[in-house]
Design a protein around this ligand. Structure first.
Ligand code: ZN
Length: 338
């Protein structure tokens, strides 16, 4: 049911984050404050797919925001390959097109090279991606006037690359400037500095230049752009320990382009939300499936209208109305109350 205004959506899509399936017994997060339901998460994915299939507003595609399988698969029966097959089979049983962002847990289980050859490489063959073919980023337009850009938050990172590679050494230089801990998975300091941990990563200049050019083209075409990434980039939409290393570079880009409407991320299992007061851009961080009890769920169905996106949450994911930013001076007028 549309909240107000235009009643029939132009199209709809689904969003789900941090499924972290593993064929192992339930466990806990690092601080042991949350249960992780590793086996149940696959059933919650199936429940979400069934719900989308039965929805009166059927999504045309799904955004899977990363960490689809857990690092715990290293000790599971059949290992990570079997776990990945299980989640891809579940997605495959629906006719839905799925766009997969890559998270840290994919990179604990597989190298970047292996992921590029796997079913998690959802990029189109040729074009619409940064040059070189080694970054999992691309854009697509499901309808005239709307574009989605999927970003690679571990383009600069220590995970999934060989220690002897220049890529690894560059990332090591970045993190070492901020993190002196012997275990680089331990966040340094406090506040925003906490983001310089190994389970996060960043964006190369090549990827940012490419994003800049995609957004310039969308500005000219007056498109509404939604950006998708495993890592959040706004400090008010997440715990600081979950932010991308060079989040400021992305925020600066978003603020220089009128086409950007929304940034969707996972990684912070409690979720989060902030609307940038300067630009009106929505930063939505989605709750993790893996920390959702078996009798609940965590996913969204987003209906897109000319002036807004209606996000219908399920289980732990709450409803939100995401009005598109104004294209000129009065962006703050349309701020939502939450
Ligand atoms: Zn993650």
């Amino acid at each position: 049911m549309a909240a107000r205004g235009q009643q029939t959506p132009l199209f709809a899509f689904g969003v789900i984050a941090d499924i972290q399936y593993a064929d192992v017994d339930d466990g806990h997060n690092f601080l042991r404050t949350r249960t992780r339901y590793y086996r149940s998460s696959l059933q919650l994915l199936r429940n979400a797919l069934e719900s989308w299939a039965a929805s009166p507003v059927r999504p045309e595609f799904v955004l899977q925001l990363g960490d689809v399988i857990d690092a715990a698969n290293g000790s599971s029966r059949g290992g990570p390959g079997r776990a990945l097959d299980a989640v891809l089979d579940a997605f495959g049983s629906s006719a839905l097109e799925v766009h997969h962002a890559w998270g840290n847990h994919e990179l604990y289980n597989f190298s970047r090279r292996e992921l590029l050859r796997s079913g998690l490489n959802s990029g189109p063959a040729g074009g619409q991606a940064p040059p070189g073919g080694d970054v999992h980023a691309y854009h697509f337009s499901p309808r005239a006037g709307f574009r989605f850009v999927l970003l690679d938050g571990y383009d600069v990172g220590l995970l999934g690359v060989e220690e002897s590679s220049e890529r690894y050494q560059q990332a090591l230089r970045v993190i070492r400037q901020h993190n002196q801990n012997q275990n680089l998975n331990r966040p340094p300091g406090s506040g925003l500095q906490e983001r310089f941990a190994m389970f996060n990563g960043g964006f190369s200049k090549k990827q940012l230049d490419w994003l800049d050019s995609v957004l310039s083209s969308s500005d000219e075409s007056r498109e509404r752009v939604t950006i998708v990434c495993h890592l959040p980039v706004h400090p008010d939409s997440t715990e600081p320990s979950c932010l991308a290393w060079n989040y400021e570079d992305v925020l600066a880009l978003l603020r220089s382009h009128s086409s950007v409407a929304c940034f969707m991320a996972g990684h912070d299992h409690d979720g989060g939300y902030h609307r940038d007061t300067d630009t009106g851009v929505h930063h939505v961080t989605f709750e993790a499936v893996v920390e959702t009890p078996p009798d609940s769920n965590a996913f969204a169905t987003v209906s897109v209208y000319e002036d807004r996106m209606d996000l219908k949450g399920n289980g732990r994911t709450r409803d939100r109305v995401l009005h598109f930013p104004g294209r000129c001076a009065s962006q703050n007028q349309s701020r939502t109350p939450w």
